[in-house]
Design a protein around this ligand. Structure first.
Ligand code: IPM
Ligand code: MG
Length: 369
């Protein structure tokens, strides 16, 4: 590509982004009154099918009465595999996307994203296609006074054009996008969560000293939204010091709701999950106005599969995601039942194979439901 071609490509990207903003639809699905809720279950790659099949068993057990009565439909959706995605050259093959869109909520196993090339991450594509703008990631360690809820913007930032950068001789350029509407809706979601859950502290985390336009906008709009929540203390942090703060005992306990742009949220939630006990212990909710998708925060762990250790994958993360899903569709009692069974399960799963297998652990959790 030469500079003229890059400018042409950039022009097209800007037009696409304007179109995306124009198409944002804020009609919300109301699960309190919905007569039939359809839950899709998508396996994914690597350890995905292993952990997801057990999460599906848990959901079927918890929701058995409602499935029998027809108020809940659980649909297993095939085809979101790296082989099929590569063969079709699509992040999400059309028929799979249509199936996903026929559901209200989806429980998704991790999918593999190839480095380089042009195949986009299935995750990123799904978040965009379903407009799942709020990535909510709870991390809690009660005995250490830690109870954090991360509100990560999930559709913009470095991700939205992550596969659409340009390469010129001797240089590569990627783009980062922050929009008013995109920021306002994630900030609103974070502050609403705080208000509705008795939280009094929201941290806005960016690198606005360096990414002046995009993170500058994110901070400014988040503060505008904050003005509607006078009872909530708001503090600004830069992402670098915030990563340090999360491991600083005596300070980290004060953080409650943490609002951040996409990439910072991606990185810091792995750190937070590790503090909680590992990325295998954290679930993640991807919430839009219409659809929602729930998943583990970790990837498909190809190295575990290569070592033949897939059956020791820890399903805690996807089970926590299943609990988040149940809460989202207003089945809080079922979510509490699952969380309680996990808390009281005598078994643990360790990726080195020194404890129970995924199957044994899931059986034990199901026995407690
Ligand atoms: C996550 C993951 C994804 C991301 C990958 C799999 C695309 O790391 O959900 O945090 O970067 O968002
Ligand atoms: Mg991540």
């Amino acid at each position: 590509m030469n500079i003229d071609q890059a400018c042409e490509a950039f022009k097209k990207l800007l037009e696409e982004q304007q179109q995306r903003i124009a198409n944002m639809d804020c009609t919300k699905t109301d699960f309190t009154n919905k007569k039939v809720v359809t839950i899709g279950v998508v396996d994914g790659d690597g350890i995905g099918p292993i952990i997801t099949q057990h999460a599906a068993r848990v959901l079927k057990k918890l929701l058995a009465d409602e499935v029998a009565a027809g108020t809940i439909i659980i649909k297993e959706i095939q085809g979101l595999t790296i082989e099929n995605r590569m063969a079709q050259g699509k992040a999400i093959p059309d028929d799979v996307l249509a199936e996903i869109k026929s559901c209200d909520v989806v429980l998704k196993g991790p999918t593999t994203t190839p480095h380089g090339g042009t195949l986009e991450s299935a995750n990123v594509a799904m978040r965009r296609e379903l407009d799942l703008y709020a990535n909510c990631r709870p991390v809690s360690i009660p005995e250490q006074g830690i109870d954090w809820m991360f509100y990560r913007e999930n559709t913009e930032g470095e991700y939205v054009l992550g596969s659409k950068g340009v390469e010129l001789p001797g240089m590569a350029v990627d783009f980062k996008v922050t929009t008013d509407l995109g920021t306002r809706r994630i900030a609103r979601a974070a502050f609403e969560y705080a208000k509705n859950n008795g939280k009094t502290h929201v941290s806005i985390v960016t690198k606005a000293n360096i990414m002046k336009k995009t993170d500058g906008k994110f901070t400014a709009i988040a503060h505008e939204v904050a003005a509607d929540y006078p009872g909530i203390t708001v503090e600004d942090y830069y992402i670098d010091i915030m990563t340090a703060n999360l491991i600083k005992e005596g300070l980290r306990e004060k953080f409650q709701v943490i609002l951040l742009p996409n990439l910072y949220g991606d990185i810091i939630t792995d750190e937070a999950a590790q503090i909680q006990g590992g990325v295998g212990t954290a679930g993640s909710a991807n919430i839009g106005d219409k659809y929602a998708m729930f998943e583990a925060i970790h990837g498909s762990a190809p190295r575990m599969i290569e070592r033949g250790m897939g059956h020791y994958a820890n399903p805690d993360s996807i089970l926590k995601a299943a609990a988040l899903l149940l809460r989202h569709i207003c089945r809080a009692d079922k979510a509490a039942k699952l969380e309680d069974a996990m808390a009281h399960c005598p078994l643990t799963v360790k990726s080195d194979g020194s404890a129970a297998t995924c199957q044994e652990y899931a059986d034990a959790v199901i026995a407690l439901l």
